[in-house]
Design a protein. Structure first.
Length: 562
């Protein structure tokens, strides 16, 4: 693999995926001869994992000594440490040759060894990398590299490794430095569209099949796809109506802001902050920059309908309709081609991150930048569950909207939010209680069923519980009970679902007004190991049986019946 590598050790999971895209996928694509389209893997450099080990050794950073420190304390220790000999000069050459904004990503050796993605546990960072002062640009890059290295020992990463049965020091971290895709708009830099495309969609909307895949789109940087309401569609039916119940619901649950890189020099910065240079902007900013017309529709208030593009006055709504319907830009066909070729090359289902830049006036020329390739869990094999099974004696949880496949009968712990106490105004307190229970389970080497209301891992307290994955990493089964005033498609953030898939966590979505009730009365009758104001943890004398029929998407959790 022809990589620009600093060091001689492993290049890790992310770098290997980029090399696969560049060396084995790009040459197989069938681009329209007459289309003004470029598809590329933006230039990148890898700092190999041996330099991470050298950094720890040179600065006497023992992983055991870092255990118990806060993320910020660890980050500060790494920021004050010295780089390995010669790396400073290499980084100066990088900022000189890779001009313009850069993305600094972790490239985990453990991910490569396990052959599965743990995306979202480790952060990525964007830096401006502009101006004549090369020393300042090199220092900013060095700060970002140190932050990525430090994240190896952040709480989420440590909890993930412990939950996966891996030692604290098991990870070795390479780093990818890649030229960012986007355009300068005043003092901001961002791509027109960020894309996450999956060749297999475990949550197809009605009328679509899992094997047809799924695509998520966001204006600006892809950070929004893991955190906000963004547009998603089946690549076989890019112009099909979205699965909203009403126009009001569609307006409520589409993207209303986006992430951009701040290029200005005046503000005080925080080098241990992942989002040091990131800002959230509104749709009006993108419209002023000329980047909204090709991705938005206009809401006709009187007609209560959407018109593709800027057709008359009215609020702008991010539907990407002009792009998805374009006869000039082969947008979806290129995404499908990339997915098909990557799947053929890897022999597995894939998830690909792409940044797309469009000419503001006409859309062309258009540039597709392939940023990441991850392999996904394979297609589920069915274990049959009939409707009668879901209402049998002893069923604690039943659902016809499940993710995963298989059976397990080794879970004796259930952690659940108490229905009578649940209060979204105290969502952060609930997350803290869950974190405390999770730490106890990890310390004891135990796994559990987690049951809650609304979205797990949401960034919006109105829609559920704002936990990070590291705060519920002992979960092997997750149950989400919908809220009456929140979207029904729960927890579809990229990183959250990647954890479910890579850890083979069984997932249940239970409708609050659906045909199946959760048996909280039985759980309340079990003796509590720990109980807070909002969270209760029970340990059973006999484990529950969990069975998910992936083919039919049915599942149940059943207690022992005398």
């Amino acid at each position: 693999m022809n990589l620009q590598v600093i060091g001689s050790g492993s290049v890790g999971f992310t770098a290997t995926g980029l090399g696969t895209l560049r060396d084995r996928v790009l040459g197989q694509l069938s681009l329209p001869a007459d289309a003004e389209v470029t598809v590329e893997v933006p230039a990148f450099v890898v700092i190999a994992a041996d330099l991470f080990g050298e950094f720890l050794q040179r600065n006497h950073l023992d992983p055991d000594d870092l255990d118990g420190l806060s993320d910020r304390q660890i980050a500060r220790k790494f920021q004050s440490a010295e780089l390995p000999h010669g790396l400073k000069e290499h980084l100066r050459a990088v900022v000189e040759n890779l001009d313009g904004p850069l993305t600094i990503r972790p490239s985990s050796v453990l991910e490569e060894t396990l052959e599965r993605s743990i995306g979202g546990v480790y952060p990525a960072k964007l830096i401006p990398n502009q101006g004549p002062n090369l020393d300042r640009r090199r220092r900013r890059l060095a700060d970002a590299v140190k932050l990525i290295w430090a994240s190896t020992y952040f709480s989420d990463a440590v909890n993930w490794r412990r939950g996966a049965g891996e030692a604290l020091a098991a990870e070795q971290m390479a780093v990818v430095i890649q030229r960012a895709v986007g355009s300068v708009n005043g003092r901001h830099f961002y791509p027109t569209v960020s894309v996450v495309a999956r060749s297999y969609n475990h949550y197809p909307t009605p009328g679509n099949e899992p094997g047809e895949g799924g695509v998520a789109l966001a204006l600006g940087f892809g950070k929004a796809i893991g955190e906000d309401h963004v547009w998603s569609y089946c690549p076989e039916r890019p112009t099909a109506p979205p699965p909203f119940k009403s126009m009001g619901e569609q307006l409520k649950y589409t993207q209303t802001s986006f992430w951009a890189l701040d290029l200005s020099e005046g503000d005080v910065r925080d080098p241990i902050g992942v989002d040091e240079y990131m800002v959230r902007l509104g749709l009006a900013d993108a419209e002023r920059d000329g980047n909204l017309e090709l991705v938005a529709s206009t809401y006709d208030v009187q007609g209560d309908r959407l018109r593709s593009g800027f057709d008359g006055a009215g609020p702008r709504v991010l539907t990407f309709a002009p792009l998805l319907r374009s006869r000039v830009i082969p947008f979806t066909s290129i995404i499908k081609d990339v997915m098909d070729q990557a799947r053929a090359v890897t022999g597995r289902e894939v998830e690909i991150e792409i940044a797309v830049n469009l000419d503001p006036a006409t859309g062309v020329p258009v540039r597709f930048g392939l940023l990441q390739l991850k392999t996904m869990a394979g297609r589920p094999q069915s274990e049959a569950l009939g409707e009668d099974d879901l209402v049998a004696d002893g069923v604690v949880v039943a659902s016809e909207n499940c993710l995963g496949n298989g059976m397990r009968a080794d879970l004796e712990d259930i952690v659940y939010l108490k229905p009578a106490a649940f209060d979204r105004n105290h969502a952060r307190v609930i997350a803290a209680e869950l974190d405390a229970v999770n730490r106890g389970l990890l310390d004891d080497g135990r796994s559990a069923v987690f049951i809650g209301f609304g979205r797990w891992g949401t960034t919006d307290d109105r829609y559920g519980v704002p936990v990070r994955w590291g705060q519920i990493s002992s979960a092997q089964v997750i149950v989400e009970i919908t809220l009456a005033d929140a979207p029904m498609n729960l927890s579809q953030g990229i990183h959250f679902f990647h954890h479910l898939l890579s850890q083979k966590v069984l997932y249940f979505s239970v409708e609050h007004d659906g045909p199946y009730d959760v048996d909280f009365e039985w759980m309340d009758g079990q003796e509590a190991v720990w109980e807070g104001r909002y969270v209760r943890h029970v340990s059973l004398e006999e484990p529950v049986v969990v069975n998910v029929d992936g083919g039919r998407r049915r599942g149940l959790i059943r207690r022992s019946v005398d």
